[in-house]
Design a protein around this ligand. Structure first.
Ligand code: MMA
Ligand code: CA
Length: 232
């Protein structure tokens, strides 16, 4: 009995193991066949899920890589453009500086002097106020406009009777750039239109005094000062 049972048991064991393998290929109706089929389907689903998840992860990885590459490319690209623009700016600035230096050199050779922020030309001959102004125009400048005490003191240093860019030809005192006179340096008693004369133009006359201006007839002949604003 024991032996038989053992044999039966062995047979059963063999039987259980056998269809497991065969059930994968054959549609068996036996209980153990059904069980084998279920195990196979579950592991198939597992494998499918694994492949799907792996594929998803790969997709995400690829997208991340794509974005980071694009970002790296974009930033390096804009850096290059920035450097190129800087270089171009620097070249343009250098060229402009060169032009200005050449300009300065040209003015200095013609006897101009620099007093921040302008260049000044003091004539060596005399002319009427209008002729003097015309000469300044030809030099790409105009008669001097006095905007500060420093500039006023500067114009007194030449110790010559010099025209400045101030006139009353249009009823009120105006600078040659059209601005009205605000701060003035009239000598005491001036402007007086001396002895009823029309004195509509202004000269630097009293060089030793801060208040050095005098009005005289525009047709009189004087030295003159041209001013040209410059920037470096
Ligand atoms: C000159 C002339 C006038 C000025 C007086 C000042 C003699 O006339 O320049 O414009 O007002 O001098 O004394
Ligand atoms: Ca006068």
């Amino acid at each position: 009995m024991r032996v038989v049972h053992k044999e039966q048991s062995e047979i059963t064991m063999d039987y259980v193991n056998l269809p497991d393998a065969s059930a994968r290929g054959l549609a068996s109706n036996s209980r153990s066949g059904e069980h084998g089929k279920m195990t196979s389907a579950a592991s198939g689903r597992k494998l499918y899920r694994l492949v799907a998840v792996s594929f998803g992860l790969l997709c995400i990885l690829q997208a991340a890589l794509n974005i980071s590459l694009r970002l790296a490319l974009y930033s390096s690209g804009s850096k290059t453009t920035g450097t190129e623009a800087n270089c171009k700016n620097l070249t343009e600035e250098t060229d402009e500086l060169k032009r200005k230096l050449i300009d300065f050199d040209h003015y200095f050779k013609e006897g101009w002097v620099y007093f921040h922020p302008s260049l000044y030309y003091i004539s060596s001959i005399k002319k009427t106020w209008q002729e003097s102004r015309d000469d300044c125009h030809q030099r790409d400048a105009d008669l001097v406009i006095i905007n500060s005490k420093e500039e006023q003191d500067f114009t007194r240093k030449f110790h010559k009777l010099t025209w400045i860019g101030l006139t009353k030809r249009e009823t009120i005192w105006k600078w040659v750039d059209g601005t009205q006179l605000t701060k003035s340096y009239w000598s005491p008693g001036e402007p007086n239109g001396y002895e009823g004369k029309t004195e509509d133009c202004v000269e630097i006359r009293f060089h030793d005094k801060e208040n050095s201006w005098n009005d005289i007839p525009c047709k009189d002949q004087n030295f003159w000062i041209c001013e040209k604003m410059v920037s470096l």
